[in-house]
Design a protein. Structure first.
Length: 411
């Protein structure tokens, strides 16, 4: 019962996170489009920097931008912040409940780095905090030399991709890079954009001239945020694309996907300014095509079967062997079912011992059930070799070869 409520709560939290993220990104995209689409005002007014007209919902909208402010501040101002805060807080809560609560399952992969569960959690937290600190320092050191700063921020993103994929299990690494960028985005709002806007409003209310640096810094961080959006969305969705995060060079794969996303976002930013830089989406598509070609599985020769009736459970020669049904005989349902019960039963059972509820709702307690999920079992254990997570139950190559023969017999 506890597992059911944990699963239900996680689902609701994930729903909140997605809804808040849609609202935040949608508002961000809207303001970028609005700002880029402003035209010189037909009837100049004091402080009026630009205006635009649009038609929507059966009516016409006249939007104006004032710099530094209109002659009279309105009583009711919209502050774009709560969507950002809700997105980050709900996302961090999910990260803590799912990944930090079970680091041995989700964060650690001994084949990547032999981290203890506790060290893995601290390393993940350090990645999030360190990403913001390095980015924030770069912004202060480089100032408004935007091309140089853009290059250094790009190098920071690449470093995050390579560091995360060298420390954490593949799925967690991709998610943590996305979380690191999302942390930068939300921290920009919390520490720079909103405080600067509050100082501007306070100065205007006192009849003083606002510090132009507040507006300039806020604009710069907002621009950075808009380029982070699509890479972050990909990183979050990539947990459903195992071919990417299970690749031996997953760090570079993630960097290529993010570069493609940033190029596509730049196309739309320029579009709102009236420019049609078609080479940008072409570059993004080319990067995606090259990345998918790199990810495409290569034909490999099946490994030689193990000796009958013996399965080695670890790469360590001193590890204790266990006796199980032969993996060299017929690859029938009963033999495969016994292997899956031993290697996957902690998560994929009606009464799992690890999670408290079946992982992804998949149960491998009967021949009919494993035949139903045969394609997924084959993909995860044979093609990608990402299950069990971090090979925590020490599934052998002979067992994977058994599953491959069993799957081939059915197809």
């Amino acid at each position: 019962m506890a597992g059911f409520w944990i699963d239900a709560g996680t689902f609701l939290l994930r729903w909140l996170h997605v809804v808040a993220a849609i609202a935040w990104i949608g508002e961000s995209f809207y303001f970028v489009a609005l700002d880029r689409g402003l035209k010189a005002p037909r009837h100049p007014l004091p402080g009026l920097a630009g205006e635009s007209w649009s038609v929507h919902g059966g009516g016409f909208y006249h939007k104006q931008k004032y710099l530094p402010a209109p002659a009279q501040l309105p009583d009711d101002l919209h502050w774009s912040k709560w969507k950002s805060y809700t997105t980050w807080l709900s996302g961090f809560a999910l990260l803590a409940i799912v990944y930090f609560a079970s680091p041995a399952v989700w964060l650690v992969d001994p084949r990547v780095a032999a981290l203890s569960p506790t060290l893995a959690v601290f390393a993940a937290l350090a990645l999030l905090l360190g990403a913001w600190c390095v980015y924030h320092v770069l912004c202060h050191l480089i100032g408004f030399r935007d091309r140089m700063l853009g290059g250094l921020v790009g190098a920071l993103v690449l470093a995050l991709c390579l560091i995360a994929t060298s420390l954490f299990a593949g799925r967690a690494a991709f998610l943590l890079v996305g979380a690191a960028l999302a942390t930068i985005m939300s921290a920009n709002v919390f520490f720079v954009i909103i405080p600067g806007q509050k100082r501007m409003v306070a100065a205007l209310e006192k009849g003083e001239t606002p510090n132009p640096l507040d507006g300039a810094r806020g604009k710069q961080r907002s621009v950075h945020n808009t380029y982070f959006t699509l890479p972050v969305v990909f990183a979050m969705l990539s947990t459903h694309y195992a071919a990417a995060w299970s690749h031996p060079h997953s760090g570079w794969i993630l960097a290529l996907f993010m570069a493609a996303a940033a190029a596509i976002r730049q196309f739309f930013v320029l579009w709102h300014s009236g420019r049609r830089a078609w080479w940008l989406p072409a570059t993004g598509v080319a990067l995606l095509a090259a990345t998918f070609a790199w990810l495409a599985p290569k034909a490999v020769e099946a490994p030689a079967p193990s000796a009958p009736n013996t399965i080695v459970v670890a790469d360590d020669p001193a590890a204790t062997d266990i006796t199980m049904p032969s993996v060299t005989g017929p690859a029938d349902d009963a033999t495969v079912l016994a292997v899956l019960a031993e290697r996957c039963g902690a998560c994929h059972a009606a009464q799992p011992s690890l999670l408290g509820f079946p992982a992804k709702g998949m149960i491998f307690d009967s021949a009919e059930q494993i035949r139903t999920h045969a394609a997924s079992i084959h993909q995860q254990t044979v093609v990608l070799k990402i299950m069990p997570p971090g090979n925590m139950t020490r599934m052998t190559e002979a067992e994977r070869e058994l599953v491959a023969r069993w799957f081939d017999q059915q197809h």
